[in-house]
Design a protein around this ligand. Structure first.
Ligand code: DX5
Ligand code: ZN
Length: 216
């Protein structure tokens, strides 16, 4: 498949959220990437289900929700009700990851698992065929606007190999520090979905920037 672009709402102007949502609706972006942070799993707090419900009212594209929270099992139904289509949890935050993934699917959402930069791809070997998405963090989660970690390319190649060998249908999403310098290299390595926050929203023309990333 040709790659998808998922602008991260974390970098939007929260006082003009509807304007930024319409920009994404009218752009070549494919998904809305929505970052939930609890101040425990990551050292930052973003927003929760009331804001996601408000986004859902206007968003005309897939809602890709990335949970950076401890014990996400407590809120799976709440995120479904808020409008999530894809729900991604962190490998590092789930003691019973298989159960969590099944619970997400039982709610009719696609299930994603995210890996922090220090977590090797190999930990997914026994769950890869259950996953719809793997999100490789290319920065340490918690903040937008950080620099891309170069070791990510190696992980994308390893994950592509694991997916191909296992017959998994999971797509590979990259999150953190994505820009016009690394997007083509990431796609060539095997990435399917690129998240971009600052690079899109801090640019002069966010819609054109999305097109640029879409064209590689
Ligand atoms: C970081 C978040 C990212 C973030 C990406 O913890 O998961 O989705 O919004 O922002 P940029 O593209 O600015 O690195
Ligand atoms: Zn994210």
């Amino acid at each position: 498949m040709s790659h998808l672009i998922a602008p991260s709402i974390l970098a939007a102007d929260f006082a003009n959220l509807q304007r930024d949502i319409e920009m994404i609706n009218n752009s070549e972006a494919d998904w809305f990437h929505i970052d939930v942070m609890d101040g425990m799993f990551v050292p930052n707090i973003s927003f929760g289900t009331p804001v996601i419900k408000a986004i859902k009212k206007h968003a005309k594209k897939t809602m890709d929700v990335h949970l950076m929270i401890v014990d996400p099992d407590r809120y799976i139904t709440d995120f479904k009700n808020a409008g999530a289509n894809i729900l991604t949890v962190h490998y590092e935050a789930c003691t019973h990851l298989h159960r969590t993934v099944q619970a997400i699917k039982a709610e009719g959402m696609q299930a994603g698992v995210s890996l922090n930069p220090h977590t090797p791809i190999a930990v997914l070997e026994d769950i890869i065929t259950d996953l719809d998405l793997v999100l490789i963090m290319s920065v340490n989660p918690g903040f937008g606007g950080q620099s891309f970690i170069e070791n990510t390319y190696k992980k994308v190649i390893q994950l592509r190999d694991l997916i191909d060998k296992s017959g998994s249908k999971a797509v590979i999403e990259i999150d953190g520090g994505v820009n016009d310098k690394n997007c083509l290299k990431l796609i060539t390595a095997g990435a399917d979905v690129l998240v971009a926050g600052s690079f899109v929203f801090k640019s002069e023309n966010p819609s054109e920037t999305i097109t640029k990333l879409k064209n590689g």
